[in-house]
Write a protein that binds this ligand. Sequence first.
Ligand code: KG4
Ligand code: ZN
Length: 408
Amino acid sequence: MKILAIETSCDDTAISIVEVRGSLKKPIFKVLAHNISSQIKIHQEWGGVVPSLAKREHGRNLVPILIKSLEEAGLKISASPKSDLATRDTTSSSRSRNLEKKLAKILEREPELKEQFLKIIPTLKIPKIDAIAVTKGPGLEPALWVGINFAKALALVWDKPLYPVNHLEGHILASLATTSKKKENKIKFPIISLIVSGGHTELVLSKDWLKYKIIGRTRDDAVGEAFDKVARILDLPYPGGPEISKLASTFSPTTLKGAQGSSAGVKLPRPMLHSGDFDFSFSGLKTAVLYLVQNLKKEGKFNDQIKTEIAYDFQNAAIEVLVAKTLTASKKFKAQTIIAGGGVIANTALREALTKMTSDNGFKLLIPELSYSTDNATMIALAVGLRLLAGKSKKSHTFKAEGNLNLK
Ligand code: KG4
Ligand code: ZN
């Protein structure tokens, strides 16, 4: 079966088409299209994501990305010029009027999307897909709604079942996009998943497919949020994660010693490292950076060299806590597999630290390729694909966006 998935929870407009085969024991996924349009440039000048701008951009981008994705998957076929919106039933005009009314209602709050939708979608034959999946939450509600309304409109016009998806479940399953291609794709339970994104930092225990129990989470800022805020303190552009990562990679304590004298010896706190539970806290770490930078600036000692050292130690502090807690959780719950997911897993140093920890301790690690680490729609398709294989999918054409949706 082929699943068309839509993801608009934050500042990426993403559409994927994934073919799902096999069984729950041995799921096989083939990514037929994987498109992401980033809005970073638009939000950069505001120093963070502006929800109203994100909504507008999703509205502009969705139809062109859909067309591109259908083309990539070989599923775009033009309709005959006569066909109208009710391409599946051109004989009944009252049915067609009814459909148009429903469509107008679904798209009433998305003016730019509506215009493009009414112009372009009727020019297409209904593509050979079996289901539509869309992110329901968590995320920015105005952004989520555009994707949801688009998905509802497509599901109506094309007469396809629609499945709402939890974005965090998507991040957990993202690594399966590639591992399922490999022969040794049998996943052993229990799984401990580490989700590290701009909005979440969670450790999740799964004793079986599609079963999630949150065993630890951040008590304040998410780790990606901390990267972004620390970047701002260090005068680096948004989003800060990749910027800190780039800067930190240029720091080398040994070369620094040789070339420029000893480093400043920055040592930031490792918050909650020994708290005895699986919770995290990153807001104190961010504040420690803030005070340090304020003091250095007052003393006229804030320069590029120390900025690099702060980026390096901040990144190390965050990684140390994330990896240590993932290890203790995995030992406690006798995990067979560790899964990592979410935008921060694009961080090279974190990937390396997790790889080392899991190989030192005999855990199998599943980590998504870079293009499946940050927000994307392939992971949303995978979540529905697995649920369909498990016979546990729940379609709905009436659900709402949920900004604070929890993982269940
Ligand atoms: O999963 P994601 O794309 O969106 C959310 O669901 O939040 O994650 C975005 C977060 C941002 O905070 C961004 O700064 C962070 O992931 N990020 C990184 C890196 N690439 C993205 N953090 C650290 N190092 C990176 N290379
Ligand atoms: Zn995300």
